[in-house]
Design a protein around this ligand. Structure first.
Ligand SMILES: *[C@@H]1O[C@H](CO)[C@@H](O)[C@H](O)[C@H]1NC(C)=O
Ligand SMILES: *[C@@H]1O[C@H](CO)[C@@H](O)[C@H](O)[C@H]1NC(C)=O
Ligand SMILES: *[C@@H]1O[C@H](CO)[C@@H](O)[C@H](O)[C@H]1NC(C)=O
Ligand SMILES: *[C@@H]1O[C@H](CO)[C@@H](O)[C@H](O)[C@H]1NC(C)=O
Ligand SMILES: *[C@@H]1O[C@H](CO)[C@@H](O)[C@H](O)[C@H]1NC(C)=O
Ligand SMILES: *[C@@H]1O[C@H](CO)[C@@H](O)[C@H](O)[C@H]1NC(C)=O
Length: 273
């Protein structure tokens, strides 16, 4: 190759590289959006530009024309679709948005489970799925998202226990599972006292009928409450007191009458002076 040939070859390489970087999408972000748009229902048509032809290249450096998407370095970085009256379910393929740092689907009407597949979102720092109708358990796999700062799952229909592994998330600064249908003991790893304060206070846990233990009352709604036990104790104490008092009274009455009779007999037998 002569000099001109080398220069031409190099400029071809550079041009092609720039073109490829500019035009070719990330296949995993495309798969993520394609599946998510299939699993969500948007009855009010509020998801602007959410159609398959825009999923091929959702990001142009840090911008996106798609509603609710913020990009960074040509990858989806934040997904915020809150308060849009969305229905449907959360696709497990959301896990293909591997650069996702914040996922906010709060205040919609989403149903179905929280997919355990979200564990592959290793950069996730914010998970806000609050105020939906999500069912099933809180996936313990979320512990693998080691950067999680915020887990807000309040006001859903979640059942089962709170996975105690979640206490291993050292960066967790906000945790809210209030107003669900969770049960069992609150893991000490999420509630333990450092100083005199709990890691997360009662407001993170309240509104779950069968959840108990610090910082909520111990054994709340588990069989008899402390108050009921005290009540029954006092009640039966009082009852037995009344019963034994009545018993003593009756015994006294009988004895008195007997004595009166005896006395009468005696006085009868005694000769008159
Ligand atoms: C998307 O996610 C699914 C399920 O997690 C996985 O099987 C698939 O390989 C992923 N596809 C891409 C393109 O990353
Ligand atoms: C991407 O954004 C740059 C400016 O940030 C713009 O010049 C370019 O035309 C955009 N590309 C596409 C395909 O929209
Ligand atoms: C949710 O959206 C409705 C309009 O669709 C608006 O009136 C309401 O203030 C929004 N709520 C929040 C918390 O943003
Ligand atoms: C989650 O989103 C709701 C609004 O949809 C907001 O009120 C709440 O503060 C968010 N949670 C956190 C921990 O930021
Ligand atoms: C309390 O929780 C922290 C983690 O937040 C842990 O390092 C510590 O050992 C726990 N202490 C007790 C007494 O369980
Ligand atoms: C509970 O913690 C939250 C923040 O984590 C705080 O806003 C709230 O005031 C606390 N409530 C009580 C009763 O301490």
């Amino acid at each position: 190759m002569d000099d001109v040939g080398t220069v031409m070859f190099l400029s071809w390489v550079i041009t092609t590289t720039v073109l490829i970087r500019g035009c070719v999408s990330d296949p995993s972000d495309q798969s993520c959006l394609t599946h998510l748009s299939e699993s969500l229902q948007d009855p009010n048509n509020l998801l602007h530009n959410w159609n398959p032809k825009n999923f091929v290249k959702p990001c142009n450096d840090s911008t996106s024309t798609l509603q609710g998407i913020i990009c960074n370095n040509d990858r989806i970085y934040k997904l915020s679709l809150n308060n849009l009256s969305l229905r449907g379910t959360i696709s497990p393929f959301l896990a293909n948005c591997t650069n996702l740092q914040a996922l906010d689907l709060s205040s919609n009407s989403l149903t179905g489970p929280i997919p355990p597949d979200l564990q592959s979102l290793v950069n996730l720092a914010v998970l806000n799925l609050s105020s939906n109708r999500l069912e099933g358990e809180v996936p313990p796999q979320l512990t693998l998202c080691a950067y999680l700062n915020i887990i807000d799952l309040h006001s859903n229909l979640l059942t089962g226990p709170i996975p105690q592994q979640l206490g291993l998330l050292v960066r967790l600064s906000a945790f809210d599972v209030s107003n669900n249908r969770l049960s069992g003991p609150i893991p000490a790893s999420l509630s333990n006292r450092s100083g005199n304060l709990p890691r997360f206070n009662a407001s993170s846990f309240e509104g779950n009928k069968d959840l108990y233990g610090y910082p909520l009352p111990l054994l709340r709604n588990k069989g008899l409450s402390v108050l009921a036990i005290v009540g029954i104790g006092l009640g039966s104490g009082l009852a037995s007191l009344v019963l034994s008092f009545t018993g003593v009274c009756i015994w006294l009455k009988i004895t008195e009458r007997k004595m009166a009779l005896e006395e009468g007999k005696i006085s009868h037998l005694m000769p008159d002076y």
